[in-house]
Design a protein around this ligand. Structure first.
Ligand SMILES: Cc1ncc(COP(=O)(O)O)c(C=O)c1O
Length: 383
C-alpha cells in the first residue's frame, strides 16, 4: 500500500474528497506544468514548429505505457465520446446484427452505438444487471455470433462491477465481434493491458483516474483499423505536417499509426504538459499500487457501512477503487448536502452512495465518513 500522497495535492485538511470517479483533483506539479504551458502563449515567438509534435509524442509514449501497447497505436482525443464516435465511424455492423452494451451504460458509450445500429437496421442488445453482480458471466452469456460489436467498460459505472476483459476479449474473437472499450472509470486505477485484452478500440478521458485536465483523452486503435477514416481531416494528421512551409502541397498520406485519428489542435500547449505530468506520476506510483491502496480503503468502508444496512458487490466482482454502497431501505434525500456541509464529498445516485478514493485519501478519511454517516442515519431514523 502506498503511503498517503496528500502532500502532492491542494486539499485542505478539513476536506474529505472521496469522489475521484467524478473528477480527480489536479496535483500541484500538474497545475504547475499546465500553468507554465498556458503562459507560453504569452510569448508565441518562442514556440517552435517542433513543439507542435514534442508534447504529443510524450503524451503518446506515456499513454502507451499505461495501455501496454506501442505509442504508434495511440491517438489524442478530447473526450471519451470523441474516441467512441471514432470507433463507431469505423466498425462495421450489418442489418439484423447486434451491438452489445451494458444496462445503465454511460451515455457516451451508448448513444453512438444506438445511432450506428439505427443507421444499419441493427439493434442494441442490453446486458441486464446481474442479480449476483457477475457482469462477466452476464456478458459472456449474451455474446453470441450475431453480435457485431461489444461496446463495454472495464468497470460498470453505477455498480462498480468489474468485467474480466481478457476473458471477454477471447470470447469476442471466438464469435467474431469487435471490442470497443471505454476505460474512463478504470485506466490508471486498475491494471489493463492491450496485449492481453486485444480490443479494437479503447478510449479513456484523462480527467478522472488519469488525473489530468478536462478535455484530454487517449484513444487506442488496433493495427487492423489504423487505415480507417478519422472524424476530422486536419493538417497535423497528414504526412507533410512537420514542414510548415509546404502544408498546401496537399497530400493523401497520413502520419503513421493512429495519428490520423488525432483531434484538431491536438498539440494543446497548456493541457498536454499537465496530462503528461499526471500520467508520469501515475506510472511512478504504479497502477498496481494505486489499485491496492484504494482497495484497502474501500474494503474498510464496505465492512463498516454494512452495519448501517449498506450492501456492495462481493470484493472479487467489484473494482477495488470503486465502491457503490446500496441501501434497500433508502437513504436521506439530502444526503449529499448533509455530507458536503461536513466537507465530505462522495456521489449519491438514487439509493446508492458511490465512494471512490485515491492515494490522497487515508483510513482517517474513511473513518470520518463512517462517523458522519452514523450520525446522519441516527438522526434520520429517529424522525
Ligand atoms: C464511464 C464514463 N465514460 C465516459 C465519461 C466521460 O465522457 P466524455 O469524455 O464523453 O464526457 C464518464 C464521465 O462521468 C464516465 O463515467
Amino acid at each position: 500500500m502506498l503511503p498517503c500522497q496528500r502532500y502532492l495535492f491542494d486539499i485542505p485538511s478539513n476536506v474529505v474528497y472521496l469522489n475521484c470517479a467524478y473528477m480527480s483533483p489536479l496535483m500541484k506539479p500538474v497545475l504547475e506544468a499546465g500553468s507554465q504551458g498556458l503562459a507560453r502563449k504569452a510569448h508565441p515567438w518562442e514556440l517552435t514548429p517542433e513543439e507542435f509534435f514534442a508534447g504529443s509524442d510524450v503524451f503518446r509514449a506515456t499513454s502507451a505505457q499505461l495501455l501496454d501497447c506501442s505509442s504508434d497505436c495511440v491517438a489524442i482525443v478530447p473526450s471519451a465520446s470523441y474516441g467512441l464516435a471514432t470507433a463507431a465511424h469505423n466498425l462495421p455492423v450489418r442489418k439484423g446484427q447486434f451491438i452489445l452494451v451494458l444496462d445503465e451504460q454511460f451515455p457516451s458509450n451508448y448513444y453512438p452505438w444506438q445511432r450506428l445500429a439505427a443507421e444499419h437496421c441493427a439493434a442494441l442488445k442490453v446486458v441486464q444487471r446481474p442479480e449476483n453482480d457477475d457482469w462477466t458471466a452476464a456478458v459472456l452469456h449474451d455474446l453470441s455470433e450475431d453480435v457485431a460489436i461489444a461496446a463495454l467498460p472495464h468497470v460498470q459505472w453505477t455498480s462498480g462491477g468489474l468485467l474480466d476483459l481478457v476473458r471477454i476479449g477471447e470470447e469476442c474473437r471466438k464469435v467474431g465481434a469487435a471490442l470497443a472499450l471505454d476505460l474512463t472509470q478504470s485506466l490508471g486505477a486498475i491494471p489493463f493491458s492491450v496485449r492481453a485484452v486485444q480490443p479494437d478500440f479503447a478510449v479513456a478521458a484523462n480527467y478522472k483516474w488519469l488525473m489530468g485536465p478536462y478535455t484530454t483523452g487517449l484513444l487506442y486503435v488496433a493495427h487492423k483499423w489504423q487505415g480507417g477514416i478519422p472524424l476530422e481531416e486536419n493538417w497535423i494528421q497528414r504526412a507533410n505536417a512537420r514542414n510548415f512551409s509546404s502544408l498546401i502541397l496537399y497530400t493523401p498520406e497520413y502520419e503513421n499509426g493512429a495519428r490520423r485519428f488525432d483531434m484538431g489542435e491536438r498539440s494543446n500547449f497548456a493541457l498536454l504538459p499537465a496530462a503528461n505530468r499526471a500520467m508520469q506520476q501515475i506510472l511512478e506510483w504504479s497502477v498496481a499500487e494505486i489499485s491496492e491502496t484504494c482497495g484497502v480503503l474501500t474494503r474498510q468502508l464496505a465492512t463498516a457501512a454494512a452495519e448501517l444496512g449498506f450492501s456492495s458487490p462481493p470484493e472479487e466482482l467489484r473494482a477495488p477503487h470503486y465502491l457503490c454502497l446500496r441501501r434497500k431501505s433508502g437513504i436521506p434525500l439530502e444526503l449529499t448536502n448533509l455530507l458536503a456541509q461536513e466537507k465530505m464529498f462522495v456521489s449519491v445516485r438514487g439509493s446508492s452512495v458511490r465512494v471512490t478514493p485515491h492515494v490522497y485519501n487515508s483510513s482517517d478519511d474513511v473513518e470520518r465518513l463512517i462517523r458522519c454517516l452514523r450520525r446522519i442515519f441516527a438522526a434520520w431514523l429517529a424522525t
